[in-house]
Design a protein around this ligand. Sequence first.
Ligand code: EPZ
Length: 427
Amino acid sequence: MEKFIIKGGRRLEGEVVISGAKNAAVAIIPAVILSDEPCVLENVPNISDVSISLRILFEMGADVKYIGKNTVRIDATGIKEPIVPYEMARHMRASYYFLGSLLGKYKCARVALPGGCYLGDRPIDQHLKAFTALGAACAIDRGMVDAQAEMLLGSQIYFDIVSVGATINAMLASVKASGLTIIENAAKEPHIVDLANFLNSMGADIMGAGTDVIKVRGVKKLKGTTYAIIPDQIEAGTYMVAAAATKGNVLIKNVIPKHLESITNKLEKIGVNVEEFDDSVRVSVDGPLVKTSIKTMPHPGFPTDMQPQISTLLTLAEGTSIITEDIFDNRFRYVDELRRMGADIKVDGHVAIIEGVGQLMGAPVTAPDLRAGAALVIAGLAAHGVTEIDDIYHIERGYEDIEEKLRALGADIVKKNIPGAAVRKAL
Ligand code: EPZ
């Protein structure tokens, strides 16, 4: 089992290049199934969620070849069986995108109920509502989701809640359906627009992605394409907060500043300087950090995926900050870990009240999920003394080369293999 060991207290300085977006990549990789020809994906982040997605394709019979560190050629035309078993799906929430893409291509899919970060109850009723509206019969049988249709017919799909995953699955399942599908109350995250752009580059007819009504006119064939995945908004936001927490000065490159607006806006309220350029932002701090209130919301609101990181920054700010988590029921699991480092945070249901303590102290902690793990890395970088973070496999699901990137910015972070740790965990 591996750990990060961080000696905190060093200002981050220099430049960091942001990788391709995890949540776009894990939608676009299954979407290749819909193509009738091979595709080349560029700017693919080298993270474990991507390896799992590619592995699933490979196990189903696709030809998957890396032709550069971040470029993959996928020929999914040889898929034999539209089945994703439990051993594959359990590692990752996004395995449910194989349902939409297999159903869209083969009119049938059998995919194990997904795993991924435990953030509270994460139902898939809206995904099944979309498939059913398109004419599929859906059932859950011994942990597997079965979806089958004689034919998929364009339809009107109204989501009861705004869901990223259900919006993506509705697009995947409808792109080759007959006629027009109208998806209402759709999610508007940048990765939804990226998936639509990818599908359109293969010959799909999708309009309105990025607004709350998406129109998909079904097409018969999709051709091969070469497509570069957008930069990761959350990885960029994480480095922005890390720069701020260490009172550093960092140029964050390969970003789309528009995607970072809600994060930039809150950082500025906290007293952080953010300078925007065409495809980079510079983050620096030259005064005190101050309290603020944050409520997580679907895009373009403040992203839930940045809530643990910015809450960590607020433990270092003056005054009382209030965080309201409106997307997931259980996204404050990092709070107990931060308390071990000296943070003063009270949680009442969906609300966390943070009393700024100015300084954190290094301690042994455990990453409970991906973004919570990133928050603990930030806490460790800013803290006095040594922080040891266990269960870093969560962090590696979503951050390419995190220790190398942080080291290049001046952080003292190493990854250590702790042979006893696995045994300790098993006891
Ligand atoms: C996506 O999860 C992201 N995952 C999450 O990224 C992100 O936190 C989340 O969107 C919100 O932005 C991927 O893109 C792979 P939702 P998803 O469906 O699609 C409820 C990260 O750290 N809901 O938008 O699972 C749900 O319980 C992560 O990178 C239903 O009730 O999120 C939640 O309360 C983790 N029924 C809300 O909607 C459904 O059928 C929003 O969830 C679907 C969702």
